[in-house]
Design a protein around this ligand. Sequence first.
Ligand code: ADQ
Length: 495
Amino acid sequence: MKVQSTSPIVVVANRLPFCLGTNPETGQLVRKQCAGGLVTAVAPVVVETQGLWVGWSGLHLEDNNVAIPEADPNDQTPTAGLKSNQVLPVNVPKKLFDDYYNGCCNATFWPLFHSMPDRATFQADKWDAYRQMNAEFARLTVEAVKRLSETHPGEVPLVWLHDYHMMLAANTIREKCDELNLPIKMAFFLHIPFPSWDIVRLFPWDDELLQGILGCDSIGFHIEDYCLNFIDCCQRRLGCRVDRQQMLVEHNSRTVSINPLPISIPYERFVQLAEKAPQVVKNNLHEQLLLAVDRLDYTKGLVHRIKAFETLLQKHPEQIEHVTFLQVAVPSRTDVKEYQELKEELDQIIGRINGRFSTPNWSPIRYIYGCVSQDQLAAFYRDASVAVVTPLRDGMNLVAKEFVACQTGEPGVLILSPFAGAGTSMHEALHVNPYETNEFADTIYRALTMPKDERELRMKLLRRREREYDVNFWLRSFLKTVDCLNDDNKSMAPG
Ligand code: ADQ
């Protein structure tokens, strides 16, 4: 069902909903898709409300201010309807962008918000670059609101800020729009965890950060725990009056609502992909397939998982030649040293385990380091006996949900970490602490040997929940929090 918003939406995110690349034949700049769940869900609403999207195009000021191309006439993707004049690209010098993106977003907020403070760096100059970049995102957003006041007179636009890249933009946008007498609604959604006060207080400019987020009218996190952490920080650091029951925070004479909004996937699209995708795995591999799919990131627990698989083979030698572990890892932040080191560690450990257990006809671990197509991914999900989704910490984790949606054939088993947001609602998965290697190996064994009727029941319940609470449900729930939903379809939140 189509989700309709009563207001034109301005999405403000670090990235535009497509990347720019050069067509090798014509040499011209073209749009390339990044078909994430968020873009699939949100882009149609921006198109339909004739809204705008503010973000970085992948180019810098030094690239000579290249114009955004129109979509290819054959483009069938959700962003195809987005005209080039609906996109406001952020264009800044490379050094400023690097300091903000690598120096602050990825080196400070990413590890800190995943409760890994020892990996975080706190540098005043990088924080300053973050401030400057947020001011630039804010400037373009005000530009977008001005344009909408001309094309949609009398309507109040909804400005929707996304993620940890955009935590300081709200107050600047609000002040400028007030000055220009442009009414707006403003919301923020965080895609990663919001950690506890003990962690947040390590950030030297924590008060500025919290006040930045509180500039919005409605703030969304994936799960209740993150909401409560945020409320706790506002009370303890800023002395705000809070209502934990109703999830409200008073700040600067405004009342801000905090909302648990568990993100999800376009469920039906994954079902269709799985139903159509050709078989790519079972004929080549031995009997049971254990699958893991992640961005190659230290929060995703890849090394812990592979060690647990090694322990399984050690404890259950009868599984040798009967189970294969397929790890698909998308390269991520490849210019950052920590990510390069993780890749080396993974290469080494996989090599060691394969050397230790391989037989002439079988290797225990298959490892794809790269992006796979959506078709291929759906086939992997469909044909896997067990998916192992065991991050050390994760805002939500969409892989767990995509696996469940694609399980259209013989039912498999989901192993899930309680440290992923998804762990709070996907009750029928087998939950395991990724740090407990022995227990982890036993859980894999239990999954591999689970009777069919139990697998069927668990998968049926998991699929039912994900079908109902898909990404459109998330979008509708969000629009309700800002009174912008043009639809009276009511449902309970996921239990
Ligand atoms: P991510 O950290 O990127 O997202 P996740 O939610 O697991 O994590 O999404 C990863 C996406 O990448 C999935 O859609 C998956 O299909 C895709 N993907 C992974 N490996 C791939 C491969 N090899 N080839 C192609 N595609 C691949 C952040 C937060 C999460 C939160 C999301 C959404 O860290 O916790 O769930 O945002 O809010």
